[in-house]
Design a protein. Structure first.
Length: 87
């Protein structure tokens, strides 16, 4: 799983026309309908109208920003380092 326990949904940074919809953990089967709709809207219309994809942006772990788990307070830590969250 990802450090903040949220999936990747959106355009893959540094690529052209590549998108990711992954990392749903055990919730994939339940999130499949809205994930498919949101990704279809994003790919065809350039934005998702059914759900705000900002929290799921694949770029959220890149760059010098504070980690997503630190921002959300989610995820486990070992020796003070985030190790993700397994459900």
């Amino acid at each position: 799983g990802l450090p903040d326990a949220l999936p990747y949904l959106g355009a893959v940074p540094g690529t052209c026309n590549a998108y990711a919809a992954a990392g749903h953990n055990c919730w994939g089967i339940l999130w499949a309908p809205v994930t498919g709709k949101a990704m279809a809207e994003l790919i065809l219309e350039g934005t998702s109208n059914c759900v705000d994809l900002a929290p799921f942006d694949p770029a959220r772990f890149s760059g010098g920003e504070e980690s997503a788990s630190a921002r959300t307070g989610r995820g486990r830590q070992r020796a003070g380092e985030p190790v993700g969250e397994q459900w």
